[in-house]
Design a protein around this ligand. Structure first.
Ligand SMILES: [Ca+2]
Ligand SMILES: [Ca+2]
Length: 267
């Protein structure tokens, strides 16, 4: 670490203090200051105007991780407040200088290992024959725990459509859509435990004519999924097969002439 060397025209700590007081620095992007007192000795307290980072409560040092599934299974979490300071001191008591614990946010992992149960599957995609235009898969499902969250329609192993059959008045939706985790909710049981006659459409014109595989997966809000249909083979035929006209052969024309009754003049 390099040590600071004052310029020759500003010797001594006191002069530097006076210089800093007379020439306050200006940082327009700093957050608003907060007043804090720091006890540096038994009879010495320092007043500070602290420019904290934004959302200081969300700093990593303020986060508490409870990684005990057994305690979470009991639906109880205990948070203990402690403090550190100089030797022999203790946490302040109640009052304006009292110690406080503010719980501003908490994140819990859902304990739900039960996948959805599919109760009925039907729809035009489940029947035989070539498919054209928009076809449909229909299903009903139940779940225990977090509830039915999303469907995934896969064609040739690639997901081409997802949907949430029932948003449960907004509870069954990613609470923090800005990140990559789609399973973040603000309710213990965010999604409905049963959905009935859910239609999942598929426009076959989005793929080429020919044979494809199709699968429908159903996922609960904890990320457990069940295959509701397939993978099954699907033949897409949107382009009509051209019809080749049957040519009329000369032999038929001759037969027509010979079958016409002859008309002889004078009879
Ligand atoms: Ca479940
Ligand atoms: Ca998210």
């Amino acid at each position: 670490m390099s040590s600071y060397a004052a310029p020759w025209w500003l010797p001594g700590g006191h002069l530097q203090t006076i210089y800093g007081w007379a020439n306050p620095r200006y940082f327009p992007r700093l957050t608003a200051p907060m007043v804090r007192y720091f006890d540096v000795d038994r009879d010495a307290r320092v007043l500070a105007h602290c420019h904290w980072q934004e959302r200081p409560w969300n700093h990593a040092t303020n986060r508490l991780s409870v990684a005990d599934p057994a305690s979470l299974a009991a639906n109880e979490v205990t948070l203990t407040l402690s403090c550190i300071g100089r030797a022999g001191a203790s946490c302040p008591g109640t009052g304006t200088a009292g110690s406080e614990l503010h719980l501003l946010a908490a994140r819990f992992t859902m304990l739900d290992a039960l996948s959805p149960s599919i109760t009925a599957v039907s729809g035009s995609l489940t029947t035989g024959g070539d498919k054209a235009g928009t076809q449909t898969l229909r299903f009903s499902a139940t779940d225990a725990g977090a509830g039915i969250y999303r469907t995934f329609l896969d064609v040739d192993g690639t997901t081409v459509a997802t949907s949430t059959p029932n948003t449960n008045t907004g509870h069954c939706a990613d609470a923090v859509p800005a990140n990559s985790d789609p399973c973040e909710f603000q309710h213990a049981q965010p999604c409905p435990l049963a959905v009935t006659d859910v239609d999942v459409p598929f426009d076959t014109r989005t793929v080429a004519d020919g044979t494809h595989t199709v699968q429908l997966r159903v996922e609960d809000a904890a990320g457990n999924e069940t295959s509701a249909y397939g993978p099954a083979t699907m033949v897409v035929r949107n382009t009509p097969t051209p019809v080749t006209p049957t040519p009329v052969t000369p032999n038929i024309l001759r037969a027509c002439r010979s079958s016409r009754p002859a008309i002889r003049p004078g009879r």
